[in-house]
Design a protein around this ligand. Structure first.
Ligand code: TYM
Length: 317
């Protein structure tokens, strides 16, 4: 029996942080034995924010190294970048023709941009439709993501249903898998960890960087327990262990921060070292990406052929 499929992706828009890791990257690593895993690098999505070609290239290579360093095995997992499989943008157009503007105007990312009076580009507006194509081309069963992507997976399901209703059963409806404890990983200021809030702990930080970040956490505390420090610490140790520790050291902020630094270093150091090893052979990492792209392209082109057949544009024998 063939394995179930798990698919997820990340934008090559800067350094990944521990929020990306716990919500999505770690899930892919844990699933690679049981599932057929697809790990995407969504470079066309990242074009929203990355407009410099040199930075884009570096960012793509960096995500490949990140994926390898966290333990994704290229023998088991298909790593690829969206731009290697033109079927994504092709299917996006077809989905555009069955998706209404009022429907997309309900998307959180669009509403947030609108609330901030931003000049919204069509790519930002259409972002969830390209993501639906990323997903639906591969018939995945599950999509491991953080809570902020829940709505996007729902949009993919809605689009799949609409297409199936119009043109006949073509796409499987995937389920978002959101791990409860890490659905929204908090940043150093207690808000959601996000590059745009400047509150991240980069996944491959050097020791000095970890120290600087942790020492700068604002110690907003309740009964001597600094909640932002605790929330991050809780990613690494269970509450049953952590609460008595924090209670016994209530008010000793410096000591608690030093403990967090130690635990973060224990967790990050091996990943950081592995990443340095992989970074010694960039051509090898790129060959892995290229091979993954070829494999994904084969699957996506078969699906696209089915789609073309269904919509009636396949007129040749
Ligand atoms: P991106 O690049 O913003 O983030 C990658 C993954 O990290 C999760 N994440 C978080 N989870 C918990 N707490 C946080 N603070 C936090 N910050 C980020 C995100 O939920 C995500 O799972 N649209 C996607 C990329 C994408 C995709 C796809 C994902 C494009 N096509 C197809 C799955 C399937 C995005 O921008 O993720």
């Amino acid at each position: 029996m063939s394995k179930k499929i798990s698919l997820s992706g990340i934008q090559p828009s800067g350094k990944p942080h521990i929020g990306n890791y716990f919500a999505m990257m770690k899930q892919l690593v844990d699933q690679q034995e049981e599932y057929d895993v697809y790990a995407l690098i969504v470079d066309y999505h990242a074009m929203k924010s990355v407009k410099n070609p040199k930075v884009m290239k570096e960012n793509i290579i960096n995500v490949v190294l990140d994926y390898l360093a966290i333990g994704l095995d290229p023998e088991k997992v298909t790593f690829f970048k969206q731009s290697d499989v033109s079927e994504h943008t092709e299917l996006c157009w077809i989905f555009d023709t069955i998706t209404t503007m009022p429907y997309l105007m309900r998307a959180h990312a669009f509403k947030d941009a609108q609330a901030k009076n931003k000049e919204i580009d069509v790519g930002t507006f259409n972002y969830p439709v390209l993501m639906a194509a990323d997903i639906l081309l591969y018939n995945p069963d599950i999509i491991p993501v953080g809570a902020d992507q829940k709505q996007h997976v729902e949009i993919a399901r809605d689009i799949a249903e609409k297409f199936n209703n119009n043109f006949g059963q073509t796409f499987k409806l995937p389920e978002a898998v959101i791990m409860k404890d890490v659905a929204v990983v908090p940043g150093t200021d207690g808000r959601k960890m996000s590059k745009s809030y400047n509150n991240t702990i980069p996944l491959f930080s050097e020791y000095e960087e970890i120290k600087k970040i942790v020492m700068s956490i604002v110690t907003d505390s309740k009964e001597g327990i600094p909640k932002n420090v605790y929330a991050i610490h809780n990613l690494l140790r269970p509450a049953t262990e952590l609460l008595p520790l924090y209670e016994s050291k209530a008010g000793k902020y410096k000591e608690l921060k030093e403990l967090l630094i130690e635990d973060l270093e224990k967790f990050i150091a091996p990943l950081r070292e592995k990443r340095k090893e992989f970074a010694k052979d960039i051509p090898k990492a790129l060959a892995i990406l290229k091979t993954g792209g070829k494999k994904a392209k084969k699957i996506a082109s078969l699906k696209m052929n089915e789609v073309r057949e269904k919509i009636g544009v396949n007129v040749y024998e």
